[in-house]
Write a protein of this length. Structure first.
Length: 380
């Protein structure tokens, strides 16, 4: 029994091929029936189940991690159909709230599509149905069940794709200098594009026409210093990640400055190099910090609620729960699922905010809660 507990811990961090091989051995030795029971370990932040707020769910580095059906155990054991890495340098992430997650890859020059409803992996496509090759894809946003928007930084524009994932049009080339991030507001059907090169946010209407701008270079409220990302909250307020000023600035739907939070430093709630922001349906503000290898959770007024993560470097597709190596993109869906892009580890982590609905379906049982350990600067 103790050996199975050790193996279950290993399975959480080993790469896909080794996972399959270990499972095959367990099946052949008749130990598999007990494996499910022994793999009941779950990783929470904070680790005390009475106060737990976030749970680690899974990580995705290959198609087999998403697919509902993949290579057979025998195929993997014989070395056939080996899992191939999906990413070279993933950057942005978005969800369409309908079971699809979109991840940009700046080195592979593609946007990868996870379809969890079908257990499939695909790519955003050109008009002829081939894989769309971007010069430099960065930020991603999506309408709920509708169009997908991708920031193309090299040609300083935003590309629009249909709900089926095919290219339709582009806009902003005459209005943007070096865009990096963007946010979509469902209520107003507006797009807020972060133009890092001009230290501002450019607002486009539903017909992709520029209507206004927010901000200029500076350190005062309403001014930015190389902003990288933005998000729209449930009330329609705009949250702008002002990266080199190391803070988040909040604006009304009309673009009026409301308040700000954050500072540069190492104290709780401060930023070293924040890279991406999202606001969940539950009203939580999530911010990734690539230098401190974590994401932080704030309320909408800037009160720090929780920090998740730690430095964990991998060169072989192995992950530690909650371990990051330069996280960038982050998004959350309506159910509270959180997807975090782990750029240098070339994968995507999934977490879950513990909503009452989720806990009712997945109660925390005695003995399930384990402390997520990360080892700084070494392979796991």
């Amino acid at each position: 029994m103790g050996a199975l507990i050790v193996l279950s811990d290993l399975l959480l961090s080993l790469n896909s091929r080794i996972k399959w091989c270990l499972l095959l051995v367990l099946l052949l030795t008749g130990c598999a029936p007990g494996l499910q029971e022994e793999r009941a370990e779950r990783y929470f932040w904070p680790p005390d189940p009475e106060y737990a707020k976030v749970e680690f769910i899974d990580f995705y580095v290959a198609k087999e991690d998403v697919a509902m059906s993949g290579p057979t155990l025998l195929d993997e054991f014989l070395g056939q159909a080996l899992p191939q890495p999906l990413f070279a340098y993933p950057y942005g992430v978005a969800t369409n709230q309908a079971g699809k997650v979109f991840v940009s890859d700046t080195r592979n020059k593609v946007v990868v599509v996870f379809d969890f409803a079908l257990g499939a992996v695909s790519y955003l496509q050109s008009e002829d149905g081939g894989r769309y090759n971007f010069p430099l894809p960065m930020g991603v946003a999506a309408q709920p069940g509708g169009k997908i928007f991708v920031v193309e930084a090299k040609n300083h524009q935003v590309l629009v794709f249909s709900s089926a994932g095919k290219y339709e049009t582009s806009f902003g080339a005459d209005d943007l200098t070096k865009p990096t991030g963007l946010a979509y507001c469902e209520k107003s059907q507006r797009l807020f594009v972060v133009d890092t090169g001009q230290h501002r946010v450019v607002v486009f209407d539903k017909d992709y026409r520029k209507t206004s701008t927010i901000g200029e270079r500076g350190a005062q409220p309403g001014q930015f210093n190389y902003p990288l990302d933005a998000a729209v909250g449930p009330s329609g307020n705009l949250f702008v990640l002002d990266t080199l000023n190391a803070k988040v600035q909040v604006f009304s739907p009309a673009g009026e400055f409301l308040h700000q939070f954050g500072e540069r430093g190492t104290a709780a709630g401060s930023f070293a190099l924040p890279k991406s922001i999202t606001v969940s349906a539950q009203g939580h503000v999530y911010v990734t910090d690539s230098v401190s290898h974590k994401f932080m959770i704030f309320d909408q007024y800037g009160q720090l609620l929780l920090a998740v993560g730690g430095h964990s470097r991998s060169t072989s597709g192995r992950f530690s729960p909650g371990g990051f190596y330069s996280p960038i993109g982050i998004t959350a869906d309506l159910s509270g699922a959180i997807f975090v892009v782990d750029a240098m580890n070339r994968g995507v982590h999934k977490f879950q905010y513990l909503t009452p609905e989720y806990l009712a379906a997945h109660p925390i049982l005695p003995g399930q809660s384990h402390f997520p350990l990360q080892m700084s600067g070494v392979d796991q």
